[in-house]
Design a protein around this ligand. Structure first.
Ligand code: 5RP
Length: 240
């Protein structure tokens, strides 16, 4: 882990919660073993995905031939800086593998994502991927989703009424702020963090939320993850 890693990681860490840098790094490193020559790779967003991008870049410099699509401007800039070739959706039909983090993962592989505000692009990339590999530190594993506030991306127009409608689903809906300004996503939308505390039926809630006019998408990823790789404090890595 270099000084530059620590510097970059400290900047982006403020936006994300979770376990230690090492737990995230070892999970991400294992996931990169599934990337092979000639693959189109989806690059996730966040501190865990950061390590996957770094490891991929190392392999690219050693000769691995891949093309990548990023789930955020932040990851795209990092990939470009590290020399990973980027490709756009107009050039491909599908993505071979995507490696991304998550805010919560249950034992049925349902996820909450969007802590970094990138849920929409993350879901588009995940849905276009043959394989979605989720990399997390052990703190992200839960029996039931919902303690982490569910991020919902909504359009700016009428956001007040969209938020009222979200509250009717028995959650406390809070507009996400950053540096005392309303947080704006890479897509020019707002994020509402919905505090449910406990989510009984992720699929049902996912569908209910997405039916509200003004909602673009929400951070519940149901039936999408193919593999979850977990990094533990003792250095162990488990593949679920
Ligand atoms: C960003 C995400 C991230 O994958 C999620 O927030 C986990 O981040 P980290 O790996 O930094 O803990 O969904 O929108």
């Amino acid at each position: 882990i270099s000084t530059i890693d620590c510097f970059y990681y400290t900047i982006i860490k403020n936006k994300f919660k979770g376990g230690t840098m090492e737990e995230k790094r070892i999970a991400a490193k294992r996931a990169v073993d599934y990337v092979h020559d000639g693959m189109i790779v989806g690059l996730g967003t966040g501190t865990t995905a950061y390590w996957a991008i770094k490891k991929l870049a190392l392999k690219v410099h050693e000769g691995l031939n891949i093309k990548a699509i990023a789930t955020s401007i932040q990851s795209e800039e990092l990939a470009r800086k590290l020399g990973i070739s980027l490709i756009s959706f107009s050039d491909i039909d599908e993505i071979d593998i995507t490696i991304d983090g998550a805010d919560e993962v249950d034992y049925n592989f349902n996820l909450i994502k969007g802590g970094g505000g990138a849920l929409l692009r993350e879901k588009i990339v995940a849905a276009a991927s043959k394989q979605l590999v989720i990399v997390v530190d052990q703190s992200k594993l839960v029996n039931r989703l919902g303690l982490f506030p569910l991020p919902v991306e909504i359009v700016k127009f009428g956001h007040e009424v969209t938020m009222k409608n979200l509250s009717k689903l028995q959650c406390k809906a809070k507009l996400r702020m950053k540096n005392e300004k309303v947080f704006v996503t890479d897509n020019g939308n707002y994020i509402v963090d919905c505090h449910f505390d406990s989510i009984e039926n992720p699929k049902e809630l996912h569908n209910k939320i997405n039916l509200i006019p003004g909602v673009v998408d929400n951070g519940l990823f149901v039936d999408m993850a193919d593999k979850v790789i977990v990094g533990y404090q003792n250095g162990e890595v488990k593949e679920l």
